[in-house]
Design a protein around this ligand. Structure first.
Ligand code: T1G
Length: 653
């Protein structure tokens, strides 16, 4: 093996038996930053001219092949060589080039691999073109080369969804040619040597297999329906469906489209979310905090929320001890959890061995003492302060002094719960969103006395549960429900001022919410908010505008969809505008001598967004939320705010 040749700070190579093995080492994910592109460019020139080099292998250092183009470079002056040029030179090289996928090959990373003449993957490798999740399309040949390898329908599925495929699927699709069970580089060198006997197979020269227009039409329609107004998926569909064009023409169209989308507000919003998700779990002061190992979770209350948490915990590899009030209730909870696991088995999300392993890690009981082995206990019992305090007092006597107590309360004050325990420093909030085994968002509540290692452990457990943790301080409703209350209030002001529920819902749905606020309200039920409003009545600030319309609906028994009537009527389950509700709204307006006026969709949307952003600003000033991006993540992942808009705080700027 020759000595190492350095082509740039992030690209080096050795020559082994006539094969130039090029390694990209650009932490943290080997993104194709300018330095990587220039290094590969120089390595290719060297390979082309050095007669001792017969073929080339390109691989990555660490656990990622190439995580994509460097997103940090977007919006900055372009630095040559552009990635498509480097990729074109790989494909055009007169000597065979083999991609050795040592890990994730995503975005520009997969596009670079597609331009190689052969692709070998380690079993841990993953491939994907997730650009649409950033509001863009692949910009370096993905929409043109992938269909040439795997056909239009399969390319539509991967690119328009942005999903990641594991090595096995990549092999079966034809994205990779071979899996290397061991020593990826040695296998790649052998393949590179063998390929010198035949002319390089250039992906760009392959024909696109003919596809049934009806099948393409059907797939495209499904993608556009799901895109809910986003531009990138539609453009991806157009580029892929027309990939039978001459390569140069398709590449030019793709590049123009990519550049236009990259500079769009929608792409800026999605990049904001991408980085916000990674910032959210970086909490000042926790950088070097040691977190104890957590292997066994206790879950108290095995109802809808508790069983969802249990399924998420079992899926993450934890052992779960479930506690309920009686053995019968515990058994019912066990059945509920197993039922959810069986659904995962039936859907293929879980295989039989996975199901058996998860089932074997579940134990339920009605005896507090059985929670003694738990490293962390999450309570998801009835949202009543006395009930939670009593439970935590009992658990104080049972669990180890270093074990952690987490409350899942939505509206109670976790500081009051913590204050009732012997060790308030070990208490924090873990506010899951229902269904807890599906919803990514997890508000990690930093109570007044929560110790740093306890908070850090909560974040570690959240990530292992595959949740999106966002730290919040203690306030009624934490971040999400505080903002939800503010925009519900604004919607009710709009009702009094002249708008109707279906007009407000239509404006929100046009903006990109999957469902309007009043439709969501009816689905969740009006009684919880009503009980809270009644609880707050005595201490409500008389100078604050209070809208009584929702109270009138509840007093009339209109508690939402499950009672057949709420903000809407539900004859045979279909949501319909109800003149009775309009009459109630008009009566309330008259009582306050309000002359109703009409509102445009834009005005409704603007007022709702402003109400969210204003409450968000307050949460930042109060120190409840650490960053605007955290607030955006909560509203997108917990309340349906359209991700491609970036969140209420992003929109505001
Ligand atoms: N550019 C710049 N930084 C990136 C990056 C990227 N593509 N991907 C990750 N990072 C940073 C991230 O911000 C974090 O930084 C650190 O790396 C670790 O990330 C031409 C134009 C690769 C699966 O969309 O999916 O190619 O917080 O926590 O869990 O058509 O990162 O440490 O300071 O996610 O091990 C397309 C995005 C780009 C893939 C690794 N590619 N990345 O997961 O680490 S557009 C993507 C990921 C493109 C072409 C187009 C994941 C990962 P910090 P992490 P991880």
């Amino acid at each position: 093996m020759s000595e190492v040749t350095t082509f740039s700070a992030t690209v080096s190579a050795t020559t082994r038996d006539g094969v130039l093995v090029v390694t990209i080492d650009n932490a943290p994910v080997n993104a194709t930053s300018a330095n990587v592109r220039s290094g590969i460019d120089k390595a290719l020139a060297h390979a082309e001219t050095d007669p001792g080099i017969k073929s080339v292998v390109i691989t990555g250092a660490g656990k990622t092949f190439i995580g994509g183009a460097d997103i940090n470079e977007f919006g900055k002056p372009a630095i040559d060589p552009p990635l498509p040029d480097v990729i074109g030179k790989i494909e055009a090289l007169s000597k065979p080039v083999v991609a050795a996928l040592n890990g994730a090959a995503l975005g520009g990373g997969l596009e670079l691999a597609l331009s190689c003449h052969y692709r070998i993957a380690s079993p841990s490798a993953q491939v994907g073109l997730p650009e649409v999740k950033l509001g863009i399309v692949p910009g370096a040949g993905g929409t043109q080369r992938l269909p040439r390898l795997i056909g239009i329908p399969a390319a539509l599925d991967l690119i328009a969804s942005g999903r990641i495929a594991k090595a096995g699927e990549a092999l079966s699709l034809g994205i990779v040619d071979e899996l290397a069970e061991d020593d990826l580089t040695a296998t790649a060198i052998k393949a590179a040597q063998k390929l010198t006997a035949t002319p390089p197979r250039r992906t760009g020269e392959l024909p696109v297999a003919p596809a049934d227009p009806a099948e393409i039409e059907k797939a495209s329609a499904k993608i556009l329906a799901k895109a809910r107004g986003q531009k990138a998926p539609a453009e991806a569909v157009r580029l892929i469906a027309s990939s039978h064009r001459p390569l140069a023409e398709g590449l030019a169209d793709e590049r123009t489209t990519f550049l236009a989308l990259r500079d769009s507000r929608e792409a800026a919003a999605l990049r904001h979310i991408f980085f916000a998700e990674r910032e959210a779990s970086k909490v000042a002061g926790l950088e070097n905090v040691e977190t104890p190992p957590v292997t066994t979770l206790g879950i108290c209350g095995l109802g809808l929320m508790g069983s969802g948490i249990a399924v998420a915990a079992l899926g993450a590899g934890y052992s779960v001890i479930g506690l309920d009030q009686t053995q019968e209730a515990a058994e019912k909870g066990h059945e509920r959890i197993i039922g959810l696991l069986e659904r995962n088995l039936a859907s293929g999300r879980l295989d039989q061995s996975g199901f058996d392993a998860q089932k074997s890690r579940l134990f339920v009981t009605a005896s507090d003492a059985d929670l003694a082995p738990c490293d962390l206990v999450i309570e998801a019992v009835f949202d009543d302060l006395a009930v939670k305090i009593d439970l935590f007092r009992r658990l104080d006597k049972v669990i180890r002094p270093d074990a952690i107590l987490a409350t899942n309360t939505s509206y109670l004050n976790p500081d009051e719960i913590a204050a009732a325990t012997a060790h308030p420093e070990r208490v924090l909030g873990l506010h899951f969103f229902s269904p807890a085994h599906v919803m990514r968002l997890l508000e990690v509540v930093r109570c007044e006395k929560t110790a740093p290692d306890v908070l850090a452990t909560g974040l570690t457990v959240a990530k292992k549960l595959k949740k999106l943790p966002v730290v919040t301080g203690v306030t009624e409703g934490f971040i999400g429900n505080r903002i939800f209350s503010a925009y519900r209030r604004e919607a009710e002001y709009l009702l009094e001022d002249g708008a109707l529920p279906h007009e407000i819902d239509a404006a929100l749905e046009d903006y990109g919410f999957p469902m309007g606020l009043f439709a969501v309200y009816d689905m969740a039920g009006l009684e919880i908010a009503w009980a809270r409003r009644k609880r707050q009545a005595a201490t409500r600030d008389p100078s604050e505008r209070y809208v009584e319309i929702a109270d009138r609906l509840c007093e009339a028994g209109r508690l939402g969809q499950k009672s057949g009537r709420g903000w809407y009527a539900y004859p045979d389950g279909k949501r319909t505008i109800d003149p009775e509700v309009t009459a109630i709204i008009e009566t309330e307006r008259a009582k306050k001598h309000i002359t109703p006026r009409s509102f445009s969709k834009d005005e409704i949307t603007r007022r709702m967004l402003q109400a969210m952003a204003a409450e968000g600003e307050t949460l930042l000033v109060e120190g409840i939320a650490a960053r605007p991006g955290d607030i955006d993540l909560v509203m997108i992942n917990g309340y349906g705010f359209p991700a491609h808009k970036g969140g209420p705080m992003f929109v505001k700027n």
